[in-house]
Design a protein around this ligand. Structure first.
Ligand SMILES: [Zn+2]
Length: 347
């Protein structure tokens, strides 16, 4: 089958490749319809590695996917041929200690699509465990189904934050993940979500959602805006979604006494932060690594209409144009949130 293959750093090709597609008793085979391009796909393309994960042989890219079930393993009960689905790209060892604790996202043995040496799904077909394959409600399109994966990170962040109704949140960084975090925080009950960035184009995308309040830190310090908005008290929850070391300077000026700071962005290098600033407010610090037990609830929110991810799809490319889509993604246009590639016809 033809797939989008990252041959080596900087070299993509659309070519034949035949990874095994054996359907085990607990698996389903999926005809892939739509795949979103993630920052990690682009990073493997431009750098050939992310931290310890190094591309050593050609790998199919793509992990944000939706499609149609075309074959069902003998032991699969909850899915049928013809079901429209989206897939959770990380597959843990379900017998592991982490999985037994419900923390399967941090199972050291997790195999994640398009993370070397595991192939991704920018290909006509994929085989996946049914347990990590989720039926799309009728009202949810394939394009929205392929947005569930990045939205799940926002949902995991909102879950870790333990948001209470009426909380005021501050999100640092208005990239795709920052926006997902802001939307999930609103859906979780926040009254207002402030989001900061240096780019007015990025902030303009977030601003179209009622309840999300953009702050351009070229114009005013974020802490000043948060202090003014909360009578000097601070935000109940602060999400760090930029990964920028500079975000850690004054991080605890944003949060109220006893509030929470949730770390979502991944700085490339080690960063130092103000421990005394955190302790003096008894701040609760949480971290987010992907997600666990989130996809069902993300789909419920999208189907209910409470979360609309469609405005975040900035461009859709045919599979034959997949390399052009990656080149646009690598160019990093500020107003682009999510680019998607379609491998099949129909909505
Ligand atoms: Zn992703």
């Amino acid at each position: 089958m033809q797939a989008l293959v990252l041959e080596e750093k900087g070299v993509l090709s659309l070519r034949d490749i035949d990874p095994p597609l054996t359907v085990g008793p607990d698996d389903v085979k999926i005809a892939i319809h739509t795949v979103g391009i993630c920052g990690s796909d682009v990073h493997y393309y431009t750098h050939g590695r992310i931290g310890p994960f190094v591309l050593r042989e050609p790998m199919i890219l793509g992990h944000e996917a939706a499609g149609t079930v075309v074959e069902v393993g003998s032991a699969v009960k909850h899915l049928n041929v013809g079901d429209r689905v989206c897939m959770e790209p990380g597959v843990p060892n379900l017998s592991s200690r982490a999985s037994k604790l419900g923390l399967y996202n941090v199972d050291p043995d997790v195999r994640f699509w398009a993370t070397p040496p595991v192939h991704g799904v920018l290909a006509p077909f994929a085989v996946h465990p049914a347990a990590f394959t989720y039926k799309l409600p009728d009202s949810v399109s394939f394009a929205e189904g392929a947005m569930v994966e990045p939205f799940a990170i926002g949902m995991q962040a909102a879950t870790r934050a333990r948001i209470q109704p009426g909380d005021v949140a501050a999100v640092i960084g208005c990239g795709p993940i920052g926006i997902m975090v802001a939307l999930a925080a609103l859906a979780a009950g926040c009254s207002r979500v402030f989001i900061s960035d240096l780019s007015s184009e990025k902030l303009a995308v977030a601003e179209q959602y009622p309840g999300i309040l953009p702050v351009n830190i070229r114009e005013r310090p974020f802490a000043e805006v948060i202090a003014e908005a909360t009578g000097g008290w601070g935000a109940d929850v602060v999400f760090e979604a930029s990964g920028s070391p500079r975000a850690f300077d004054g991080l605890f000026d944003l949060v109220r006494p006893g509030g929470a700071v949730v770390l979502v962005g991944l700085p490339v290098e080690k960063v130092s932060f103000d421990v005394a600033g955190a302790i003096s407010k008894e701040v609760r610090i949480e971290t987010v690594f992907r997600y666990a037990n989130i996809f069902d609830r993300a789909l419920e929110l999208i189907a209910s209409g409470k979360v609309d991810l469609k405005p975040l799809i900035s461009g859709t490319y045919d599979f034959t144009e997949a390399i052009a889509a990656f080149e646009r993604a690598a160019a990093g246009k500020a107003s682009d949130v999510k680019l998607q590639i379609r491998l099949a016809d129909g909505p």
